[in-house]
Design a protein around this ligand. Structure first.
Ligand code: ADP
Length: 273
C-alpha cells in the first residue's frame, strides 16, 4: 500500500523490563517503508520491461523451430524482429547501469572543460539516425565552455533530443539552443510535438514514469531517459525546467550555475573562427 503524504508508520515492540514489567518501544519506520516500497516497484518495473521482449523472442524461436520447411522470408523477418527486441533489452540494461552509476554518490564526476557547442553538434549528428529527416532540426549555439563530464552531458542532451524527436509527429520543428540567460548557461530543446498535461510534469523524472505507457514503449524508450537527465544535472549542480502545453509542444531546459563556465570560454572563443 502506498504511504500517503503526512502518514507515518511505526513498528511497536514489547520488551521485558525489570520484574513483571514490560516496556513499549516504538520506532518511526516511515522512511524505511517508503524506500522499501520504491525498491519493490523498481524491481517489478524492470522485470516487466524485460519480460515483454523475452516473450516475443521466445515466440519467434518457437515458430522457427516448428516451421516444417525452410521459409526464407519467415526466417529473415523473425531475425529482424528478434534483433529489435534484443536491442531494446540492451538499451534498457545500459540505461540501468548508467543510472546506478549516477545514483552512486561515490562515483566520481570526471570533469574537464567542454566546448558545449561542439558536443551538441555531434549529438545532433547522431540524432539524425533516429530522426531520419522526419523533423527540421535547428540549432543556435553560444561559444560558452563549461566544466563537466563529457559522457554524462552527452547522454543527458541526447536523451532530451531523442524525446523531442519521438514525441513530435512527423513534420515537426525542433530547436536546440545553448546560450547564457541571466549569466547562467542554459541548454534547451524545444519541440512543437504532443506536449504534456500539467499533472504529469512533476513526475516525469521518476524512473519508468510515462504519460502513455504503451505509446512510449512503441517509440523505443526505456522509461529511464529523464531520470538519467535529472541525475546528470544534479551532479553538475544544475536543474531541469519543463515548460509544456498539450498539443502545442514542450521545452526542456538544463540550467547550469554560472560557476561552471570555464575561463577557456573567453580565450577559445577568440581563436575559434
Ligand atoms: P521514455 O523512454 O518513456 O521516453 P523518459 O524518461 O525519457 O522515458 O520520458 C518520460 C515520459 O515523459 C515519456 O514517456 C513521455 O510521456 C514524456 N515526454 C518526455 N519528453 C517529451 C516530449 N518532448 N514531449 C512530450 N512528452 C515527453
Amino acid at each position: 500500500k502506498d504511504i500517503g503524504e503526512g502518514e507515518r508508520i511505526f513498528s511497536v515492540q514489547l520488551v521485558p523490563y525489570g520484574h513483571q514489567q514490560k516496556l513499549l518501544l516504538s520506532r518511526d519506520i516511515t522512511r524505511w517503508e517508503r524506500l522499501e516500497s520504491m525498491r519493490r516497484d523498481f524491481i517489478a518495473n524492470v522485470s516487466h520491461e524485460l519480460r515483454t521482449p523475452l516473450t516475443v523472442m521466445k515466440g519467434f524461436l518457437e515458430t522457427l523451430t516448428d516451421a516444417r520447411e525452410s521459409d526464407d522470408r519467415l526466417y529473415r523477418r523473425s531475425m529482424e524482429l528478434m534483433t529489435e527486441q534484443a536491442e531494446r533489452m540492451q538499451r534498457l540494461v545500459e540505461d540501468l547501469l548508467m543510472l546506478s552509476r549516477l545514483e552512486d554518490s561515490g562515483y566520481p564526476l570526471r570533469e574537464e572543460p567542454i566546448d558545449v557547442a561542439a558536443l551538441v553538434r555531434s549529438v545532433l549528428m547522431d540524432a539524425e539516425a533516429l530522426n531520419r529527416g522526419q523533423h527540421r532540426l535547428h540549432s543556435d549555439m553560444a561559444r560558452t565552455w563549461i566544466h563537466g563530464s563529457r559522457d554524462e552531458l552527452r547522454s543527458a542532451f541526447s536523451n532530451l533530443l531523442s524525446n523531442a524527436i519521438r514525441y513530435t509527429p512527423p513534420g515537426g520543428e525542433i530547436h536546440v539552443t545553448w546560450k547564457l540567460e541571466d549569466g547562467k548557461p542554459v541548454f534547451a530543446v524545444k519541440d512543437n510535438g504532443e506536449g504534456i498535461a500539467p499533472e504529469h510534469v512533476p513526475r516525469l523524472t521518476e524512473r519508468f514514469y510515462r504519460v502513455d505507457r504503451s505509446r512510449s514503449r512503441s517509440t523505443g524508450g526505456t522509461g529511464l531517459g529523464l531520470a538519467i537527465v535529472k541525475h546528470v544535472l544534479q551532479r553538475h549542480q544544475a536543474h531541469l525546467e519543463i515548460d509544456s502545453e498539450p498539443n502545442k509542444g514542450s521545452t526542456f531546459s538544463c540550467v547550469f550555475p554560472a560557476a561552471r563556465i570555464t575561463p577557456a570560454s573567453a580565450t577559445k572563443a577568440e581563436i575559434t573562427p
